[in-house]
Design a protein around this ligand. Structure first.
Ligand code: NAD
Ligand code: UDP
Length: 311
């Protein structure tokens, strides 16, 4: 049994991770300030003797005797990370320093939830880990993109300077049950709009692409990454290479929900990436043949069921 700290554990991805780690017989500390996460996401885990909940902000130091740290604390949707951009950078940078400091003092292994956003609006397609990205350093997405890039730098420097065992994963768009209903991300927006027979809001002409990964596939990749040999730090892409336009996604969700919604078009937000698709050959090689197993249609059906119950 390991003692594992999950920062951002009450969020969408964090709650699935806590659940899986507990099911595997570990002691889990879930640390969260509830900015975008919620106790509802982890309510079913409260009462488990191996689960502890800590209300804490990662921008303040925290100590606990742990073997592993998964650093997920950070708002992830554009609406939420742009709400208080300075705080977003603090969470990425100071939060990472605090968690790396903790890893150093207790000799824990630490994994950083980085993002495909480090590639910005990519000139290379699909994106491979050796690509350095095309990021606007002064735009409205920069607090998140540059914050996450700086966090990767900190992880690598703590590793080189202090020999900390680190792991960096670059997560591509992930969806599934417990996504927040009101965080403006495309999958939750479209499903909720379709279930309510409201207009489906496509930003821009809908030809921009994303690759959507079901949350269970991500969790499997994260856990396998933590188990890799100490010399393998990443960064490694974790995503589903299936690539869809937002128009295709909207039509698929209308079909699966049997909705009467119509598609309408809104202006494209500033710096919205045109395309995104992971090259997952490194993950496949280093994470024991890992690859996504859940097709978009199957994952969407589970997510639609979740939102139907909520609504
Ligand atoms: P989320 O917003 O549901 O979860 C983030 C959690 O972090 C929330 O519970 C929030 O309350 C908590 N948090 C935020 N700031 C904090 C702080 N200062 N101190 C303590 N807790 C704090 O988002 P998510 O989709 O679950 O994302 C989790 C992680 O994965 C994030 O780091 C995100 O950048 C990364 N990621 C997610 C995606 C995706 O598609 N969902 C893609 C790439 C990267
Ligand atoms: N998007 C959209 N309608 C919405 C919400 C988002 O067309 O109601 C678009 C958004 O402009 C982007 C894509 O969907 O091109 C994915 O957006 P999301 O915020 O989910 O993720 P990210 O842009 O961070 O990849």
């Amino acid at each position: 049994m390991k003692r594992i700290l999950v920062t951002g554990g009450a969020g969408f991805i964090g709650s699935h991770l806590c659940e899986r780690l507990l099911n595997e017989g570990n002691d889990v500390i879930c640390l969260d300030n509830y900015f975008t996460g919620s106790k509802d996401n982890i309510r079913h885990l409260i009462g488990n003797d191996h689960f502890e909940l800590v209300r804490h902000d990662v921008t303040k130091p925290y100590t606990a005797e742990v073997d592993e740290i998964y650093n997920l604390a950070c708002p992830a949707s554009p609406i939420h990370y742009q709400y208080d951009p300075v705080k977003t950078i603090q969470t990425c940078v100071i939060g990472s320093m605090n968690m790396l400091g903790l890893a150093k003092s207790v000799r824990a292994k630490i994994l950083q939830a980085s993002t495909s956003e480090v590639y910005g609006d990519p000139d290379i397609h699909p994106q491979i880990e050796s690509y350095w990205g095309n990021v606007n350093p002064i735009g409205i997405r920069s607090c998140y993109d540059e914050g996450k890039r700086c966090a990767e730098t900190l992880f690598m420097d703590y590793h080189r300077q202090n020999n900390i065992r680190i792991k960096i994963i670059r997560i591509f768009n992930t969806y599934g049950p417990r996504m927040s209903m009101n965080d403006g991300r495309v999958v939750s927006n479209f499903i909720v709009q379709a279930l309510r027979n409201e207009d489906i809001t496509i930003y821009g002409d809908g030809r921009q692409t994303r690759s959507f990964q079901y949350v269970d596939d991500l969790i499997e990749g994260m856990i396998r990454m933590m188990e890799t040999r100490d010399t393998f730090t990443g960064p490694v892409n974790i995503g589903n290479p299936g690539e869809f336009t937002m128009l295709e996604l909207a039509k698929k969700i209308i079909e699966l929900t049997d909705s009467k919604s119509k598609i309408i078009f809104h202006p494209l937000p500033q710096d919205d990436p045109r395309q995104r698709k992971p090259d997952i050959s490194l993950a496949n090689k280093e994470l024991g043949g890992w690859q996504p197993t859940i097709k978009l249609e199957e994952g969407l059906k589970n997510t639609i069921d979740y939102f139907r119950n909520l609504i």
